[in-house]
Ligand binder design. Structure first.
Ligand code: ADP
Length: 469
């Protein structure tokens, strides 16, 4: 019988109402179990959060900072255990898992150091009017399966330091690192301040709709994000939605193909392409198109695909069977409607592996161009006219990120101004420092995470208006 990780509810590590197997996507076999909460445990967690909130909110920033620093120390002390568990449940190569755990520790420390001071609007002999930022209460942090730790920390850190309490609900296929965070927190944070509820994809709705929850911070697909939005209406709760994307990499005609190809490849293939901000379609000027297709194809053929626990693996498996099936379908379309430059097939071995794939000559309306593929399958489209390429990029219902690749960064900045999305990088990708907010335009989301804006999301303005005389 495999080991089972438990839930953290009201300061206690507890069994779930049931348990569920967690599958290692590199083998397709279960390797551990997660406690599975039911709605009674959900109610108990919300009630415990509400009991814990007033005292946590009354602590000073300095007091909360001390707790969060100890929480970061606790994760750091079990660094390698977190990294290995992350690779086993999520699939990413161990060095990428270590990078994510490093970011988790750094993120907890960064947000621990933040502070929102009251803002004096008016201070005269007669009156003083100040704006304070108050915490909201119980925050539901609902996360997806591509970055189970870091996507939780960009919610957890800002929510806790500003005085909220948090219930984390991980995706059903990657619950273990979140439950391990709960184990660490059990000895460090006051009961009810941080709690974990793993589910079989059945508690996200009841948690977002729960009358005792004040804010839902959600990262996941646009379709599920819309359900979250509608479930906040009854109690007018606050929300942050980080949703899907179909980010374009736009290559300008002054770019150096040999230099940018490895960076574009990485932008598309990191975490096996399962990144909301991954490069998901490439637009290249016709003069560079053949060379870029060839360079990316060479990189795809050379990339080492394998179990993330094996030394040297660069691209791991697809995280779960449903996503794998979706990608196998995209591969069939790519072979039918376009020209496969490299890859194009699932790999015949245990687990959910597919070959990194580069596709050219697809029509603009191909599903692989129009939809979010969320995997290591990259379409390249040629353009003759830059304005038309920008129009095609902006025609998407999404607007999360995007990149411009150019020999002239200032020209890149002018082009970036024309792209309708929350972040545009020039000659770099996935640079997401904790002091810089990120979030989506259009159907890629509402609200921001990280930076000052990301902290303010978990607070509301409160005016204190005093007559002095
Ligand atoms: P995917 O479709 O890739 O599995 P989702 O966006 O559905 O991704 O999942 C992201 C997170 O949202 C997961 O933790 C999932 O369990 C949760 N979730 C699923 N359904 C709902 C819902 N109706 N309300 C809130 N969260 C949900």
């Amino acid at each position: 019988m495999e080991k089972t990780l438990r839930l953290l509810i009201d300061g206690q590590l507890v069994d779930g109402a049931g348990t569920m197997p967690v599958i290692n996507p590199a083998t397709g076999a279960a390797f551990m179990r997660a406690a599975r909460a039911d709605t009674a445990q959900l109610d108990a967690a919300v009630a415990a959060g509400r009991r814990a909130f007033p005292a946590w909110a009354r602590h000073s920033y300095a007091e909360r900072r001390a707790y969060l620093e100890r929480f970061a120390d606790g994760v750091e002390a079990r660094f390698e255990e977190f990294a290995r568990l992350l690779t086993m449940e999520q699939g990413k190569p161990l060095d990428q898992a270590r990078f994510e755990v490093g970011g988790t520790v750094a993120g907890l420390r960064y947000f621990a150091a933040q502070d929102i001071a009251p803002h004096v609007i008016r201070d005269t002999p007669e009156e003083r009017i100040t704006e304070h930022r108050s915490p909201l209460g119980v925050v539901a942090a609902i996360t997806p399966w591509n970055f189970p730790l870091i996507l939780l920390v960009v919610k957890l850190g800002p929510a806790l330091i500003t005085g909220n309490v948090v219930i984390a609900k991980p995706a059903p296929s990657t619950p273990l690192t979140t439950l391990l965070l709960g184990e660490v927190a059990a000895d460090i944070l006051p009961a009810g301040v941080f709690q974990t509820l793993a589910d079989a994809n059945d508690l996200g709705g009841p948690l977002s709709a729960h009358a005792g929850v004040a804010h839902v911070s959600f990262t996941g697909s646009t379709a599920t994000g819309k359900k979250v939005l509608s479930s906040t209406i009854d109690t007018l709760k606050r929300f942050t939605l980080e949703l899907g994307g179909n980010d374009a990499a736009l290559v300008l005609d002054d770019a150096d193909v040999a230099k940018i190809a490895p960076m574009i490849f990485n932008a598309a293939m990191v975490n096996a392409g399962q990144v909301c901000l991954a490069a998901k379609r490439v637009y290249a000027p016709r003069v560079l198109y053949d060379d870029l297709c060839k360079a990316l194809g060479d990189l795809a053929r050379r990339a080492v695909v394998g179990d993330g626990m094996e030394q040297g693996s660069q691209i791991g498996p697809i995280q779960n069977a449903a996503q794998y099936a979706k990608l196998v379908d995209y591969l069939a379309q790519a072979r039918e409607e376009g020209t496969v430059v490299a890859g194009g097939e699932p790999l015949e071995r245990g687990g959910y592996f597919i070959a990194p794939t580069i596709v050219r000559d697809l029509p603009h309306d191909a599903r692989l161009v129009q939809e979010e593929q969320f995997g290591p399958v990259l379409p390249l489209l040629p353009y003759d006219d830059l304005d038309a390429a920008i129009a095609a990029i902006n025609a998407s219902e999404y607007g999360l990120g995007g990149t411009i690749w150019t020999g002239d960064p200032d020209r890149g900045e002018q082009v970036a101004a024309l792209i309708n999305s929350g972040t545009v990088w020039i000659n770099r990708h996935l640079d997401l420092p904790f002091d810089v907010p990120f979030g989506g335009a259009k159907q890629s989301g509402i609200g921001r995470q990280q930076g000052l804006e990301g902290l303010l999301e978990f607070t509301q303005a409160k005016i204190i208006n005093m007559a002095k005389a």
